[in-house]
Design a protein around this ligand. Sequence first.
Ligand code: SAM
Length: 311
Amino acid sequence: MVEHQFGGPWTELKLDAVCYYLECYTKALSQRRFDLWFVDVFAGTGERTSERLTGGLLESQPMQWVSETLPGSAKRALNIRPPFTHFIFNESKRKHQKALQAIKDANPSLDIEIIGQDANAAITEIFSRPVWRRGSNGGARAVVFLDPYALQVDWATLELLAKTQCVDVWYLFPLHDVTRQLAKKLSGVGPKEKRLDKVLGVAWRQLYELPLPTNQMYSRTLFGSIPEFAEEEYRNATKAQIETWFKSRLEKMFPYVSEPLPLFTNIKQQKFSLFLAVANPSAPAINLAQKFHRHVLKNYAPKASRHTFAH
Ligand SMILES: C[S@@+](CC[C@H](N)C(=O)[O-])C[C@H]1O[C@@H](n2cnc3c(N)ncnc32)[C@H](O)[C@@H]1O
């Protein structure tokens, strides 16, 4: 077994939210006889290992860290009912590809394709295939899961997906990492500009034209150190402004973009914003996506904002 250690409770929340949507999606679209694809271009190994603190007073057991192995996006997608017809799992790391191959070998009756490319190259290749040429008039529909560790999804990839007119995209936007790339002044961004151009498109410079939020008053503690909660405020744009701006950018390309599900890795830090973007311009497709997403927010937003993370 290849161990893939990453994430925490927020990772489960992310997968629960996406998988809830996948269940609603296949239930609704398989009745309409669409050919359903699940495309996971940062597929990992199909599993993830995580450390969890157990025991304590309530359990009357000594506290200890236990390691647990949980299904990742690929394995969870295979268990969605009604099922998708086709699965494409892409992964750039050789060891992870082997683990995905083992999942494919264990499920010979399923149509699973394993690709070993950079995620952006994989999307370009997959969506240049003839099956996608007919856009929203064809019978093929896909959910694409973009689940990177950091700034790895190119803006051009999102543009390409929007043009297909037949995919729903779940994008784990790395809000914290984007915030960290932005210097207080535009002139201070320096060599990071190229990376930001790739991930946000050249329009990210607009973030330096936004009005300063009223709470952007820097106060130092008595001892002169910067309070941790104010970290983001030492940049011109706050995380909230960056998230809102990014949503508005997606809305210029996709007919529907959801409110993001905020994912916190600890009580103070929103690390990611999980967006759903729908490329299909038809009203029934948008209405369905909106309806499913309302349930996603109802079920998972309270857990996301409660920030009750054990570690
Ligand atoms: C956050 S993990 C994905 C987890 C997976 N979705 C799951 O739920 O188990 C990100 C994965 O993307 C892979 N990766 C990193 N950069 C990549 C790239 N440019 N293209 C494709 N895969 C990449 C990593 O090796 C890692 O397995």
